[in-house]
Design a binder for this molecule. Structure first.
Ligand SMILES: C[S@@+](CC[C@H](N)C(=O)[O-])C[C@H]1O[C@@H](n2cnc3c(N)ncnc32)[C@H](O)[C@@H]1O
Length: 284
């Protein structure tokens, strides 16, 4: 039976409660008594939502048959096993693996490590494709993985992007990024900055995988289980700005915009995969 675990919210300033508090403080000028009442209601809603999620997930665990994990790839088996632990990204781990491996990358860059869910996947992709693999997090996440060729950098990712080409040259790393994974603050302005500073470092044929493109207070995974997050359009709005196009992130979609193929999965906080397509000159 799968375990049910909600990772602490991160990529935002502080805990969920402090976020609620900050939101309330920023947007509402009410009397202290009204503010206290509002926060109590928010807190109550939070508790009810968490209780409902636990109940729903327990019912799902009770009623579903446990399928044996089967793949001829030991790496994929490990990932499928890991994906059974419910997190805000668990649904997407096999997709990250398949999408990245099929690209046979030489250089993978991951922005945002936290507990290392995505890191676990990219480590295996890197091993199977003999790729170099760099992760960046503003917090010290160096203990997350032990795979030796993994390079972890504790920096603000936008600042680090400015030095990245020289940093790669010093380490004899490929000078272009084949796979870029973005999963950091989720704030609009920061994501816009990430796009602005990291996209010029991509190889002509590159893949950018962005998590949290459908952030909801309550989100659902493919198995119907619920998770508690926060409502925020920061990441998808930054992609909309880049592509100058409005997206409906609540539904799965495929699109082709300005030479990028875009595939979006709405479940589990949303995952959007951008693949830069290089068309043959004769248009075929
Ligand atoms: C959602 S978590 C990453 C989850 C991870 N990808 C996984 O699958 O487990 C977001 C991470 O982004 C990091 N982060 C937030 N702002 C950042 C910034 N400006 N530069 C680098 N890392 C940042 C946080 O410290 C946090 O560890």
């Amino acid at each position: 039976m799968p375990h049910s675990r909600e990772l602490p919210l991160c990529g935002m300033s502080g805990t969920n409660d402090s976020f609620v508090r900050a939101t309330a403080e920023a947007s509402w000028s009410a009397t202290p008594k009204e503010q206290r009442a509002y926060l109590s209601l928010q807190s109550l809603f939070s508790k009810i939502a968490r209780f409902c999620a636990r109940l729903q997930n327990a019912l799902i665990d009770l009623t579903r048959s446990s399928h044996p994990i089967q793949s001829s790839s030991p790496e994929l088996n490990e990932i499928l096993c890991r994906a059974r632990i419910r997190t805000d990204v668990s649904d997407h781990l096999p997709t990250l693996f398949a999408e990245s491996l099929s690209f046979q990358p030489r250089l993978i860059v991951e922005l945002g490590v936290r507990g290392g869910e995505s890191t676990f996947v990219f480590e295996r992709v890197a091993r199977l494709s003999s790729a170099r693999y760099v992760s960046v997090d503003i917090e010290d996440s160096s203990q997350v993985r032990q795979h030796q060729p993994w390079l972890f950098v504790q920096r603000d990712d936008v600042e680090f992007a400015k030095e990245f080409p020289a940093w790669c040259r010093q380490r004899e790393l490929p000078d272009e990024i084949d796979i870029l994974f973005i999963d950091t603050s989720h704030f609009f302005e920061h994501t816009v900055q990430e796009i602005e500073h990291w996209f010029p470092l991509l190889a002509p044929c590159a893949k950018v995988i962005v998590h949290d493109t459908n952030q909801r207070r309550i989100y659902f995974r493919k198995d119907g289980s619920m998770g508690i997050g926060w409502t925020n359009r920061g990441v998808i709005a930054a992609l909309e700005k880049y592509f100058n196009r409005r997206f409906n992130e609540k539904e799965d979609f495929v699109d082709l915009v300005n030479g990028w193929s875009i595939r979006h999965y709405a479940n589990c906080s949303g995952l959007t995969i951008l693949t830069r397509v290089v068309f043959k000159s004769d248009g075929r």
